[in-house]
Design a protein. Structure first.
Lengths: 163, 163, 163
């Protein structure tokens, strides 16, 4: 999957688009097992305020350095979601191929997440940028490293669902 | 149009993307005849709060079970739009192929609609998910059944334009 | 690049998608030199409230009739951005091929821009429609004429960054 290569076959690119579309849709549908299946066997998942990241501060809001940590996090969310009082809606912009790093492709995509409360009122919850390393595993594209760079860091209920 | 098939030709997929892009753009431009032409000869158009849909409650905000009903609805909107005091802007995420049902393809896409009032102030109006059945009719992709699952149900001026 | 043509090669269409993805991403990353490189050698860049445009009023918020004017504008923004107290996030919908005009392709895409202030609070800043003429220059797609039709005209800090 070479960015901008003349032989860029539609199939690969559409698979990339589908990966991002599924990523947001599965969170919004609370299908967390299917969501986890979008990650590689060895993976990381970090949510970091954009400002901290630019200043080189490692302090993140969510820091899963292994698949086990990510699965634990999702299990905890499931417990919390029994008392879930909101729903999410992800809008994700067109993914952008940035380059290659070893066997991974660097891809970025902007996002906005809207939350709706029990009264049916919808508000912008967070905006930011996904900066991901994507690999092919068993014939499918998977997130190996997902970095959620968060513009919004005034997010009181941040941990209720992944971003 | 088989989701994820290795021979997924770019043409079909781009036609799907174009269908959704046109859907939002034509509402925003108030080109309702061209918008109607995106639907199949036999079609349905429903707007249902997501919560009602998940609980199996049929109660919808808009319920057009035939093309005639949809055309009537649009005619009524045109009258209302003479006194139109807002404009719409649709942001629609990447469409996602879900599967096949007979000759139709199931496609979902998240959306957000912004409205701007006469003072030029823009607000989020509604967010939700399109869950559609799409068919090929006379060589073009058309919406046969469009289900607008609405996250936001606190929408006072809902009927002013389609979503 | 013929809209909807049966031989629409994926490469061309993806190049178009990439152009719009880069356009938003480079503003958000404040990479204005790379952003300028998305425009043709001879180019225009206009921001006009949608209402003014529809009434044929030429009055625009930003009016760059040449590449020199656009470069000047960006230089001024750089000065202003030393005291930058916000960050931007563009969400751009799927670009839509409208037609051809000479050697240019007419393309439209809806957008929303979110701004985040120093407290990390994110707000919708503006929504609107890009209506662009795109050409091939030295083998790459470039914006020759970019018209930003702005739904939102109540934008106090409009000139802080391009839209």
């Amino acid at each position: 999957m070479t960015p901008g290569a003349p032989d860029d076959s539609g199939g690969h690119r559409f698979a990339l688009y589908d990966l991002f579309a599924a990523y947001g849709a599965l969170i919004d549908a609370a299908e967390f097992d299917a969501w986890l299946a979008l990650f590689a066997a060895i993976c990381t998942y970090h949510i970091v305020p954009r400002e901290n990241h630019e200043r080189g501060l490692p302090a993140g809001l969510v820091y899963c350095d292994s698949r086990g940590m990510l699965e634990d996090r999702i299990r905890a969310l499931r417990e919390a979601n029994k008392y879930n009082i909101h729903t999410d809606r992800h809008l994700i912009g067109l993914p952008r191929l940035i380059g290659e790093a070893g066997d991974a492709t660097l891809v970025e995509a902007p996002f906005a997440v809207y939350q709706t409360d029990q009264e049916g009122e919808t508000r912008l919850f967070a905006a930011g940028l996904y900066r991901d390393r994507i690999v092919v595993e068993a014939g499918s594209l998977k997130f190996r490293d997902k970095l959620v760079l968060l513009d919004t860091f005034a997010v009181p209920t941040l941990l209720a669902t992944p971003l």
